[in-house]
Design a protein around this ligand. Sequence first.
Ligand code: ADP
Ligand code: ZN
Length: 298
Amino acid sequence: MLIGALEAGGTKMVCSIGNLKGGILQRASFPTTDPETTIAQIAGFIGQFGVAALGIGSFGPLDLNPDSPTYGHITKTPKPGWSGYPLMPELQKRLGVPAGIDTDVNAAALAEFEMGAGRGKKSLLYVTVGTGIGGGLVAEGNLVHGLVHPEIGHMFLAPLESDPMPRGVCPFHRGCLEGLASGPSIEKRWGLSAKLMSEDHPAWELEAAYLAQMCANMILCVSPEVIVLGGGVMQQMHLFPRIREKTLELLGGYVASGYVTKEGIASYIVPPALGVNSGVTGALLLGARAYEAAKTEK
Ligand code: ADP
Ligand code: ZN
């Protein structure tokens, strides 16, 4: 049995074919242009394989309320043509199979929870640090949706005195996490590509300090059993020990867990165990869940 997976991004759409267990067999990628062209390419590729269901991890914001008439639509986005676009219903109609949808970060969080760094745990926080910053949270075994869906990337931080650009780049809040710590914010602050910065560049101490504030806040608010940090910026592996150390400093010994200690934290704030496959694996798992749900309904 085959499942189709779509990782819908603002610049590209990655389509994969896999199995119910999240194994990946085929892949194709199309640029995100206008919805008409893009959706035809996606449906054309996935349609060849006779999949039993489709899972979508998408850029947002999305309407994820199953009772809403616009469930599975992209809501407000600056991406031309995509505001209000019925992404899931349209693909479901063209492919004629059950479909499941969630945000790209929730999909990645689900994959890490079920098959990666969160195996055997009851909760997990996944945060991606790239062009934007997004977070997905699994609590008591379920993805947290709430009012809309969590927007962890926009939590407010305390800007540091040593920051040459304390007014960040987020058009909504300036100095939120995304405004201060996303890839574009690093590049604007220092006038240099983040990929080209050496490990001793002052950018990284600041970056680690901001990500540590996020980790400390999330530990205090939701107490996740593991924190997974992914995305382009986290390719800088030297950030991990710095973030761990600063998180411990911020928490000041207050949190009574063996994981929130010098010895424990290396297995608590970790890179994605599924590497770059977290997103696609999560989309496949969403498809598998939609398939199971449709079977139960019958
Ligand atoms: P996106 O968020 O667009 O899906 P990425 O997670 O790759 O994609 O994030 C892209 C951002 O991450 C860019 O701002 C880029 O500068 C930064 N980035 C990508 N790779 C690296 C790297 N190896 N080191 C530091 N920053 C990186
Ligand atoms: Zn913001």
